[in-house]
Design a protein around this ligand. Structure first.
Ligand code: UDP
Length: 327
């Protein structure tokens, strides 16, 4: 099988490439290296049929040419990370909206099955106990740029879904809930690699807000195999499916856990949201997934707990060379 992975040099995309190459697939990565890194592909670089194309998902012709020769497309290219979204609202919106439109339109035109990466952010401020795929979306005002990510990804789901329904081309919409693991950078906001880096450097751990907000972190080593199984399962086509972990923790609890597991002497400091993200930021107080749909469809059961996840990141930080800052 020939697969195109947009955003393949990013965190989740590069783990997906590892799995695809290990299964003997021929993989083409399309990535502009804006937040991803070539180092993330060191395991697959040089494998038979592997190709890296540096380019932009906004380049319609390029996207179309790559998709035309593929048997399946995984669309993970996106502007991600709260700092990135808040600092570059227009570019983020364009990439997350038109980039997805380009990929989906090319996939449908060439009748190539496609998967798009969505996010728990689409639920917005809905903090229900165990968010289910059909639950409502609650977004804040458009003047608060942090909502552009949720709004764009919500529309991406519609683009993927409507095209999939009208064309009959298989489509999977994967909703990732705070997926973490080795290769994820904290540079654009993601809390677990940030805390691990701070702890390992002996710097203060920066808890934003009161630290009582809760998250449920999912391991990339659970999520990526689940994603691949969804693509092979016709019952999963044309619907959104939650993928994530099961262990919920407050951000203060996460800071304590990271300090404990790294043996760090770092103190914990509290920073106002405004200072961290700028004026008008709204945080989600809770976000916990119901993954029973993925369980029924493909037997998805997350196996790695938070300690496993933190340890895997610490180990990676200790062995991998530091990733250079993007140009
Ligand atoms: N967070 C934090 N310190 C940091 C980075 C993030 O306390 O240095 C908080 C952030 O405000 C949020 C949680 O950690 O409440 C998760 O943030 P992340 O950006 O990883 O994911 P998301 O907000 O999308 O769930």
């Amino acid at each position: 099988m020939k697969a195109v992975v947009t955003g393949g040099a990013g965190f989740i995309g590069s783990h997906l490439c590892d799995h695809l190459v290990a299964r003997g697939h021929r993989v083409t990565v399309l990535d502009d290296l804006s937040t991803g890194s070539a180092a993330n592909l060191s395991r697959v670089e040089g494998s038979p049929g592997f190709r890296f194309v540096r380019g932009d998902v906004l380049d319609r012709e390029l996207v179309d040419a790559l998709v035309a020769e593929a048997d399946t497309v995984f669309h993970l290219a996106a502007a991600v990370g709260v700092y990135n979204i808040v600092d570059n609202p227009l570019r983020s919106l364009r990439i997350n909206l038109h980039g997805t439109e380009n990929v989906v339109e090319a996939a449908v035109a060439h009748r190539v099955p496609y998967m798009i990466a969505s996010t728990s952010e689409v639920y917005g401020k809905n903090d229900a106990d165990g968010l289910k795929e059909g639950d409502d979306r609650i977004y804040g005002s458009a003047t608060r740029s942090r909502w552009s990510y949720a709004a764009a990804k919500g529309l991406d789901e519609l683009i993927a879904y409507v095209h999939g329904t009208e064309s009959g081309v298989p489509c999977v919409i994967a909703r990732f809930f705070n997926v973490v693991g080795p290769r994820q950078t904290g540079r654009y906001g993601m809390v677990v690699p940030r805390f691990v880096d701070q702890a390992m450097a002996g710097e203060p751990i920066t808890v934003y807000g009161t630290g009582t907000q809760r998250r449920c972190f999912g391991s990339v080593f659970d999520v990526v195999p689940g994603l691949l199984r969804l693509m092979e399962t016709p019952e999963a086509y044309n619907q959104a499916v939650n993928l994530g972990g099961h262990e919920e923790i407050s951000i203060k609890g996460l800071a304590d856990r990271v300090v404990e597991l790294t043996g760090s002497a770092s103190p914990i400091t509290y920073i106002d949201y405004e200072e961290a993200y700028g004026e008008g930021y709204e945080d989600m107080q809770r976000r916990y997934p119901d993954t029973s749909l993925a369980g029924r469809l493909v037997g998805y059961r997350p196996e790695r707990d938070l300690n496993d996840i933190i340890r895997s990141i610490v180990e990676h930080r200790s062995t991998a060379p530091p990733v250079p800052a993007p140009a």
